[in-house]
Design a protein around this ligand. Structure first.
Ligand SMILES: Cc1ncc(C[n+]2csc(CCOP(=O)(O)OP(=O)(O)O)c2C)c(N)n1
Ligand code: SF4
Length: 285
């Protein structure tokens, strides 16, 4: 496998006519695209085997940049469309790009039911803690105390932890990383694509324009550093909660857990569905 330079990625995977991108300086969404394409390259997949699906939002613009079949659908409905694609083309790999608003607010119902059914899709959720595209409204993931256009005095709503939610509903693969380090997101995206069943990969992604600026998280460099300083590996969190001092526990409890939350095997919905159809065709009940 050849080393993938940015130039090679562009030639092999991207639509030239879509350049330059709409993303602001310092936005992490381009990294999400980069890591996804590197995962695809490492898995040696052909773009013809994949369909990219998204809703509406800055992050949902991603399928438009890839030289592959894609569906840029309606806000919140990416997972519903992806389920439809998988239903009629079970051999295709279906990758969803969705924002935290798209996935957890208007799209929350699709999220929980696709996991409950265990539909074989890979959902890459770009969590920037905010509605980026529409100028910075509160999302169900906005941390307590954070400012947005609709919480100008600080958010008082407890946020969803979508990894914990996906885990308890039973998603076979659940992971969260920050985009500030490429290796672990790429590894998780590969694992997610290979997983038979619903894979949820959440990438904490800086949005300097709608979130960082309003919450005074500093310039782009400081903002990206914030993600390293405010996240903790699950294993480290658990170690501290068991053996750490009160001070360490207090500090760890304020951090966002990153890592692999779940990696299990279970029956996939459309495999079961087509087995049932075959049984009925053979005259079974
Ligand atoms: C049915 C519907 N409701 C609201 C909107 C307006 N809208 C467009 S994008 C968006 C939120 C985007 O936030 P998120 O999904 O987190 O993506 P980001 O832009 O942050 O990547 C909203 C509310 C819409 N397009 N359609
Ligand atoms: S508004 Fe935020 S999420 Fe949207 S492109 Fe700009 S930095 Fe990225």
């Amino acid at each position: 496998m050849q080393e993938l330079s940015a130039e090679l990625i562009r030639k092999k995977y991207l639509r030239d006519e879509m350049w330059p991108s709409i993303f602001c300086n310092g936005c992490g969404i381009g990294n999400v695209l980069d890591y996804t394409l590197r995962a695809i390259e490492e898995l040696n997949l052909d773009l013809d085997e994949i369909v990219f699906v998204s809703g509406i939002g800055c992050s949902s613009r991603l399928p438009g940049y890839i030289n592959a079949d894609g569906l840029h659908t309606t806000h919140g409905r990416a997972i519903a469309f992806a389920t439809g694609v998988k239903a009629v083309n079970p051999d295709l790999k279906v990758i969803v790009f969705t924002g935290d608003g798209d996935c957890a607010a208007i799209g929350g119902n699709h999220f929980i039911h696709a996991i409950r059914r265990n539909v074989d899709i890979t959902v890459i959720m770009v969590n920037n803690f905010i509605y980026g595209m529409t100028g910075g409204q509160l999302a169900p993931t906005t941390p307590i105390g954070s400012r947005s256009t609709t919480s100008p005095y600080g958010n008082i709503e407890p946020p969803f932890d979508l990894c914990e939610l996906a885990k308890v509903i039973g998603a076979p693969y659940v992971a969260r990383w920050t985009v500030s380090h490429p290796y672990r997101p790429i590894k998780s995206i590969k694992r997610g694509i290979e997983k038979k069943g619903f894979a949820y990969i959440e990438l904490l992604t800086p949005c300097p324009t709608a979130y960082g600026r309003r919450n005074r998280l500093g310039d782009i460099k400081e903002l990206w550093k914030w993600y390293d300083e405010n996240t903790i590996l699950i294993e480290e969190y658990e170690r501290i909660m068991k053996y750490g001092s009160d001070e360490e526990k207090e500090r760890a409890s304020k951090m966002i857990k990153i890592g692999v939350f779940q990696d299990i095997e279970k029956p996939e919905y459309f495999e079961e569905y087509y087995k049932l159809i075959d049984r009925l065709k053979e005259g079974g009940k």
